[in-house]
Each structure stands twice: as structure tokens, then as C-alpha cells.
Ligand binder design. Sequence first.
Ligand code: BTN
Length: 252
Amino acid sequence: QKQLRTNLVGRNMIYRERVDSTNILARQTGETGFVDGTVILAEEQTAGKGRLGRVWHSPMGTGINMSLLLRPAIPVSDAAKITLLTGAAVARGLEEITGLKIGIKWPNDLQIQGKKVSGILTEIKADMDQIHYLIVGIGINVNEQDFPEELRETATSLHMEVGRQVSRIETAAVVLNHWEEIYQRFLTQGFTVVREEWKQYAVTLGKEVHVRTINETIHGQALDIDEDGLLLVQDEDHQIHRIMAGDVTLRT
Ligand code: BTN
């Protein structure tokens, strides 16, 4: 049995059977004051939030729905780095638990053989250049054995991939252990080490992609992530775009 061996993250835990969204509860908790490193876990979310306004499928008792509340003394522009750092930590954790190869599609889709097994939603409360708190929401499909029609082609779970029940408590502990290790490294050594770690899991770099952002769609080659964690895409006119948020699909 693998156990939590962190100092910061998880020193305070909030557990709920059912919430609308652990990120929403984290926000309410964040407003009323909380300890840095608080972890919120729920068995079920009735309004789980995905990126870009999407819904995160989180039925009773099958997945990990978890939000981390943090108060790091870092600038607002560093928030994207925390998302990437979290992706690398979840990837490591899921590899440790399953022994399978995990890939990350920028910025935060964790995949097993091209199917999504986990996603990350980072939300931030800040003014000017001061972060008040940061919420890092992590959703992992653990023991689902089937998905609703619209997700069947694109989603998978650890159970479906390894063919047996997987312990959610152990998976969460392992992910948090890696998370804290990488986070401490980020705080002490900066983003460069995190970036190298993240790139080991990247499935989009070097590939031809379509990137859909809020106001445009860019076609081109995904070159790299830059020192702020933004995606660099070179279009047909050789112009390089730095993408902060968007949806990437591989070009076929
Ligand atoms: C995505 O890939 O679109 C991000 C999904 C993030 C889901 C997690 S589950 C825990 C936390 N609470 C939420 O409402 N969303 C995040």
C-alpha cells in the first residue's frame, strides 16, 4: 500500500461525498481563508468543470476528483507553469501505478494510447500581479468501465487499460507525492527542470497540429513550449504563434 508522504500538499484535507465541483468548493474555501496545500476530494461532482466551459464527467465513486488550494508567492504569469508541472506529476504517478506509458497533449490532457484518462483545470484569483490563491483541479478516470456515448471514442480509465480495479486512494497519494516533489523543485530551481520533465511526456511537439483558440484557428507545426509554458506553433507563413490557451488536435 503506497502512502502519502508529503509535507505541504494534503496537510489539510476536505472530503465530501458529493459537491457541484471541487474547484468551486475550493474557491469558496479560498475566499474564507485556508491553509496553503489544502486538498479537496469528492466522490461525486454534479457539475464537474472541464476546460473551455466543458463538463467533466464525474459519477459517484469511480474517479478521482481533487482540487489543490495553493498560495504560492509567484507572479500571475507563472500560473501556466503550475498546470504543466501538475501534468508531469500526474503522468509520473499514473505510470508508477499502471506501468503504462502516459502521454500529455498540451496543455493538460493526459492520455493512454491517444485516449484521455485525466485532465487539469487551473483557476486563479489574483489582482494586478499578486496571486491570492490558485486552484489546481485534477480529474482522473480510475474505475470507470464504460463512458457515455459521446465520450466512448475519446476517453479511457485506468481500469479499462489495466483490466482490474485500481485503488483511488493509492493513486491519489502517489500523484500528490510526485506533485510535491516537482513543485518544490520548481520553487527552488525554476521552470527549466519542470519543462524538461514535461517534454518527456509530450505527444504534440514536432507534429502538425490545428490549434483552436478563443478567436482563431492556427494550422502549423507545434515546435516547443517556451520558458513560460506557452505552446509555440509555426504556421504556413513561418510565423510563430505563442499560444496561451486553446485546443490542439493532430492534423491527419
Ligand atoms: C479538462 O481536461 O477539461 C479539465 C478537467 C478537470 C476536472 C477536475 S475534477 C476536479 C476539479 N473540479 C472540477 O470541477 N474540475 C476539476
